[in-house]
Design a protein around this ligand. Structure first.
Ligand SMILES: [Zn+2]
Length: 123
């Protein structure tokens, strides 16, 4: 990560820390929502249409939690790469990832070229 100044890495690290705090808060809220869904379901002895609406809400919250957790994993990965000193290096081609891209997406692990590389050649 020689292409990144230590102050740039520091500010990216701060971004990662803030992102993690935000995600943990989102997950906490989603879990609290699920809790209240369960309480509502238990409150209704015979669940009608409300029950299916509530379980739909729970499924939605659970998928949000799954997305947030995968983002948390990406943040952990980025911090690990910072510690190991290979942060900002493309996993696919080994070239430096543009600082602008990292500022926009601190968890980026591939350079723009590799990210945009088409799966198959266009005719
Ligand atoms: Zn690349």
């Amino acid at each position: 990560m020689k292409h990144l100044s230590s102050s740039a890495v520091q500010s990216l690290h701060r971004q990662l820390v803030e992102m993690r705090a935000r995600l943990l808060e989102e997950i906490r809220i989603a879990h609290a929502d699920i809790e209240s869904v369960h309480e509502s379901l238990e409150g209704e002895s015979r669940g009608g249409s409300d029950a299916s609406e509530l379980s739909r809400l729970e499924a939605l919250r659970r998928s949000e939690i799954a997305i947030d957790e995968s983002k948390l994993n990406a943040i952990d990965e980025a911090e690990r790469r910072m510690n190991e000193g290979n942060y900002g290096v493309c996993m696919a081609c080994g070239k430096a990832i543009a600082p602008d891209r990292l500022l926009a997406l601190p968890t980026a692990v591939r350079c723009t070229d590799c990210e945009q590389a088409p799966m198959s050649q266009r005719g």
